[in-house]
Design a protein around this ligand. Structure first.
Ligand SMILES: Cc1ncc(C[n+]2csc(CCOP(=O)(O)OP(=O)(O)O)c2C)c(N)n1
Ligand SMILES: [Mg+2]
Length: 404
């Protein structure tokens, strides 16, 4: 039987059938004909006329480095998951399967670019120099993350779905107003003639149904903001499949807002790097915003509180395992660059050490006192918060007699 074909909206009166919607979203032919891919799941480098030049300078050494990032990010994620299972964390949000989307895009960023994550971007955090131990407090309930968002240019995690798109649009508009967009064909030209700044904003397929994301798209477009919208389409929003969110593939939505959209193989670190470099270049030279849909898959549950086996079939997961983002780089390095077991073993040993360090750090984390939650509500002292703090501490102290 023929595969259903994706809908091509040539006639403005036409509507896609359900099968056409699914074909467009799930992507017949591994993500659809417009999927940008540089490394196949089998580790073969395939040419791409448009994006090859954005990966042309990547050496075998760089590929090793990307491989190392992928492995260490995966280990940090698996360790977080295990720590939750051992009762050390209240929750963990796994990124299993999304390492390439995050490392590829994260490594494309320049130090001065600003980054707005949602809550699953542990791999982007890694690329911004945020140590995995700095994520643990969020999931142990002791703080909101301990990194400095100004120094790392990595905003705190945002749990409210899509909200960071508004923050990012505002930030990128500021970059524009302050002439931080570099001089390009359509650029305004920056005061000091540098290459310019851009902002990247991460969100999921489900988030695209939120008003905040729509508003972010509108504002960014209306003000030519240097903003890369990076949507990790991992096929699911908890238990809701992507076809419940949209009739057209997500990258095609950009056209309606007046900016380009590209669908990239989110399990291909090289393609994610190249496409994000291109998108950031566009933004830095005044041609923003841009939407990237990284076509990927969440191989684990939504969080450790979720059980994905209740709503999706095992064969779907098995299919995506064959497209593993790490395996294709390993095979490519071994086959095309003659990289041997010594290198892979060394990375594995480094991952073991990282896991050990995360476990030790987590178990030694101090328990904050009850007053801690009042300590960073406002930058300056607030009499209202101070009063609430005193009341709460008095209430807490009233239990002291009953203890012990
Ligand atoms: C405004 C808002 N509504 C609902 C939720 C509950 N919620 C948390 S994650 C999630 C699904 C998000 O799916 P998606 O955007 O695809 O991101 P993913 O978790 O798959 O990375 C929902 C509905 C929330 N956090 N914020
Ligand atoms: Mg999702």
């Amino acid at each position: 039987m023929d595969e259903p074909q994706a809908w091509i909206p040539t006639d403005p009166r036409s509507r896609p059938s359900h099968d056409q919607v699914v074909a467009g979203l799930k992507g017949v032919d591994e993500g659809g004909p417009e999927l940008v891919q540089l490394l196949t799941p089998e580790g073969e480098r395939v040419p791409d006329e448009r994006f090859d030049r954005y990966a042309a300078d990547i050496t075998a050494e760089d590929l090793r480095s990307l491989y190392r990032d992928l492995v260490l990010v995966r280990r940090a994620d698996r360790e977080g998951n295990s720590l939750q299972r051992q009762g050390e964390l209240g929750l963990w949000v796994p990124l299993l399967g999304q390492e390439a989307a995050q490392v590829g895009s994260g490594r494309a960023l320049a130090p001065e670019d600003m980054c707005f994550p949602s809550y699953r971007e542990h791999g982007v955090a890694w690329c911004r120099g945020v140590d995995p131990t700095e994520l643990l407090g969020i999931f142990r309930g002791t703080d909101h993350g301990t990194w400095d968002p100004v120094a790392t240019r990595f905003h705190p995690y945002t749990i409210v779905i899509g909200n960071q798109c508004l923050n990012a649009a505002g930030y990128a508009m500021g970059q524009r107003f302050e002439s931080k967009v570099g001089g390009g064909a359509a650029g305004v030209g920056s005061a000091d003639g540098d290459t310019g700044e851009a902002t990247i904003c991460y969100f999921g397929d489900g988030a695209t149904s939120q008003g905040d994301v729509h508003e972010g798209f509108v504002w960014a477009a209306a003000y030519d903001a240097p903003l890369v919208f990076f949507c990790q389409n991992n096929q699911w929003a908890i238990s809701v499949p992507a076809e419940r969110q949209t009739r057209v593939p997500l990258y095609q939505r950009a056209r309606g807002y007046g900016f380009p959209g590209v669908r990239v193989d989110g399990n291909d670190v090289l393609a994610c790097l190249a496409v994000t470099r291109w998108a950031l270049d566009e933004c830095r030279t005044g041609n923003g915003p841009v939407l990237i849909e990284a076509f990927t898959y969440r191989m684990d549950s939504h969080t450790t509180s979720d059980d994905a086996t209740r709503y999706r079939l095992a064969d779907e997961v098995e299919l995506w395992k064959l497209k593993d983002p790490i395996e294709r780089v390993r095979v490519h390095l071994a086959r095309r660059h003659g990289v041997g077991a010594d290198f892979f073993d060394a990375v594995e040993a480094e991952a073991d050490a990282l896991g050990e360090r995360m476990r030790a750090f987590c178990r030694a984390m101090p328990q904050p006192g009850p007053e801690r939650m009042f300590s960073q509500v406002y930058a300056e002292a607030s009499p209202t918060v101070e009063r609430q703090r005193e009341e709460f501490l008095a209430y807490h102290a009233s239990f002291a007699d009953q203890e012990g």
